[in-house]
Design a protein around this ligand. Structure first.
Ligand SMILES: *Cc1c(COP(=O)(O)O)cnc(C)c1O
Length: 376
């Protein structure tokens, strides 16, 4: 059996958790959390990184920070995970869905400006598969229209755009350390803040709406309720696990890139014969091999492909149901124009097994099964 994903262990996780237990500080923001914050700040260039229990939680903080509310509009792709939209929907804002580009499956930057109205407050680019959106264009639109940019960089750790780390280009960024991502703590995430202006408020929102962080730093003599917020911290035990992973982030990324490149090089033959589409990585992007996907001709061929692979004990996986076609998306969201590429990609995309521990033999098995599906 070739699984779709298997979390990769670096070997130091258990020892670091043991150390966290010995430290006697199990809740959030202990020494391991601080080391993760330092690692994230120095690696991404963000002025502040704050661990959260999930990327979903980091997006929730971002939505509160951006002060969106009822009647405000937030521009995002429809081809994304529900958390991208939920964070803003929870604040009462309307998600405005814009189509994706057929090459990167990222929001089509050329269609963003025409979706802007007086109610627009934010743009939320999602870096699909760890391949960056066209951030220079998006940042320029945002600057001209005075909009906040919140990057859903859930899939973007160790990836960059023109040398800048994903998640640290927009005003606010959100990373995920869920088990299905490249670097993991089981559940986990981080909020990245490019500039200092949001730091104090972000700390308050993350600490149940209190100024407890200022209290710990001795800046105030008691802490109290100073904003709206919730509990978004990651326990220091999970941070210990995460630090072991972050310290090996380069090695993990290199292993994934090697597997990705082998898929890409061998499967090019199928693309040259126009049997499948393969991922595109624009020149400006350095990606992190978060996923490898094929685009099949239509949904029936994809259904056949997934069964064909399953019969050979190879797990493949597709996503997303476009948000604009989901029950909640239909009720509270709005589409800007035709979302034809979103619908087409959603019908045709299938992901192949890709994780740091995938062996050469397992990958060989996947590749030869793909070729046999096409009778090659
Ligand atoms: C995984 C993912 C999320 C959610 O991450 P969690 O850490 O599980 O909350 C959000 N957005 C995108 C694009 C994702 O891939």
């Amino acid at each position: 059996m070739v699984p779709f994903n298997k979390p990769c262990l670096t070997g130091n996780e258990a020892a670091y958790i043991q150390q966290a237990l010995l430290n006697g500080h199990l809740s959030g923001d202990g020494t391991f959390s601080k080391s993760c914050h330092n690692w994230l700040e120095s690696t991404t260039g963000a002025s502040k990184a704050l661990l959260t229990h999930s990327c979903t939680g980091a997006l929730d903080i971002a939505a509160i920070l951006s002060e969106v509310g009822q009647g405000d509009e937030v521009i995002m792709p429809s081809f994304t995970f529900v958390s991208t939209a939920n964070a803003f929907a929870l604040r009462g804002a309307t998600p405005i869905f814009v189509d994706i580009r057929p090459d990167t499956q990222n929001i089509d930057e050329t269609k963003i400006e025409e979706a802007i109205t007086e109610r627009t407050k934010a743009i939320v680019p999602v870096h699909y598969a760890g391949v960056s959106c066209e951030m220079d264009v998006i940042m320029d639109i945002a600057r001209r229209h005075n909009l906040i940019v919140i990057e859903d960089a859930a899939q973007g750790i160790m990836a960059s755009y023109k040398g800048r780390a994903l998640g640290a280009i927009g005003d606010i960024g959100a990373l995920s350390f869920h088990e299905t991502k490249n670097i993991t703590s089981g559940e986990g995430g981080a909020l990245l803040l490019r500039d200092d202006c949001y730091s104090e408020m972000a700390e308050i929102i993350r600490e149940k709406g209190t100024n407890r962080q200022q209290f710990f730093r001795g800046q105030v003599d008691k802490y109290t309720w100073t904003g709206i917020g919730s509990s978004f911290l990651l326990s220091d035990m999970a941070a210990a696990f995460l630090l072991a992973q972050l310290e090996q982030a380069e090695e993990i990324t290199a292993l994934r890139l090697k597997i990705w490149s082998r898929y890409f090089d061998t499967l090019q033959e199928l693309r040259d014969r126009e049997l499948v589409g393969l991922p595109t990585v624009p020149q400006a992007c350095s990606h992190n091999a978060h996923m490898f996907y094929l685009l099949l001709p239509d949904i029936d061929r994809r259904t056949d492909f997934i069964s064909f692979m399953a019969a050979r004990e190879i797990h493949t996986y597709f996503h997303y149901v476009p948000l604009h076609n989901s029950p909640v998306g239909k009720k509270i969201g709005r589409s800007h124009g035709d979302l034809c590429h979103t619908e087409s990609t959603s019908d045709r995309l299938v992901r192949l097994p890709l994780f740091a521990g995938l062996t050469d033999d397992e990958q060989e098995k996947v590749i030869s099964a793909v070729f046999s599906f096409f009778r090659l």
